[in-house]
Design a binder for this molecule. Sequence first.
Ligand SMILES: O=C(O)CCC(=O)C(=O)O
Ligand SMILES: [Fe+2]
Length: 390
Amino acid sequence: MLSRPDTPSSIYPIIVSDSVVSAPWSSDLPASNNAFKPLYKFYRHLSYEEFDNICYNPGSKLETDTLLDPIFPESYNELHPDDLSTANYPFTVDFIESLRKFIYASTSRIYVGNSSQCPATFEEITLKSVPGLRIYPGILSPDVQRQLVVNIIEEYLPPETHLTNLHPSYMLPQPFQLFGHPRDTIIPPSVNPALAAASPTTLGSLQDRKLRWVTLGGQYNWTTKKYPTFEPHTREFPDFPVSLTTLLKNASAIFRDRINPEASIINFYSDGDTLSPHQDIAELSSADLVSLNLGCEAVFFCGLAKDKPPVQVRLRSGDVIVMGGESRFAWHGVGRVWDKTAPDYLAEFDYCENFEHERVAGNVASGRKRYGQWMLSKRINLNVRQMLGT
Ligand SMILES: O=C(O)CCC(=O)C(=O)O
Ligand SMILES: [Fe+2]
């Protein structure tokens, strides 16, 4: 599991526009009433082949009664006939143009080929049992996904104000380039006597598994479970990356005007990783939380109460989840991640040929093709929150 402390299960005061309200579903629960727990146990040893088989031949296991595969919803419908609704919406006329805006706002731009073509419509899935949760299967085009991967590595990770789980334990190169030489040594901070015993590591091992998260914008503190400040343009609340704001403001009707992106947690998962159930309640805003998924597949758990089996959603690269309305403060977690399940367009991502500036400079041999190789074993979840206002 990610080394995030569990969220306490007492009633949380949530401040919405100056008035304090309580999330009614987060009442005190004895640990035995945690209906998420058996699901984690079930998935721990489930191979991807077994999981895939269950999705197409449902009904055999009690634990998968609430499993929804967005591109094969029949099995979920069979068990919960009234819960699921699907709607198709046309992409707005300038949708592709909006995606281009995101790519052009990015520091290292990829070359937009035909894969940026979007289908005529996109699907929205909603569930009565988790009101406000919206699922958009495959809504991010391959180009946008590739650009996001590159931005994460080249634009969002490097600034020293963007803290990672590695910062307390290692002196990271400034700016932090994850894809330097894999044998480069990364040393513990000698100034911190408590960590003096920690041993040096390599950049390669940070790439492999050690890098777990990076925070953008408001620097959420995982120990206190609070943002240290709500004062923008400060070291602890640096400006949110323009490229990501451009994507979320323009990408389609699903994001527009519903969120002012101010903080983000980017999670890096490897094979078998899970994330324990929690609520995201540190923000002083009830605006939608937007969650983008890249790379390998995973099962996402979400429910309003911790003592009822959550809905389980099979997530693929390019899927977007929005937690709005009541679901904004719902309990959620990740059941498990399976490696080698990233789509070919990421795994075989030929970085050089896709890069506008490198193409123009005639530089096609910078050896960065391992981004695709890396993604073959990674799941990246980028969730974006508004910290202030309604
Ligand atoms: O990885 C995910 O899908 C969820 C991540 C999450 O819930 C979080 O970072 O708070
Ligand atoms: Fe979360």
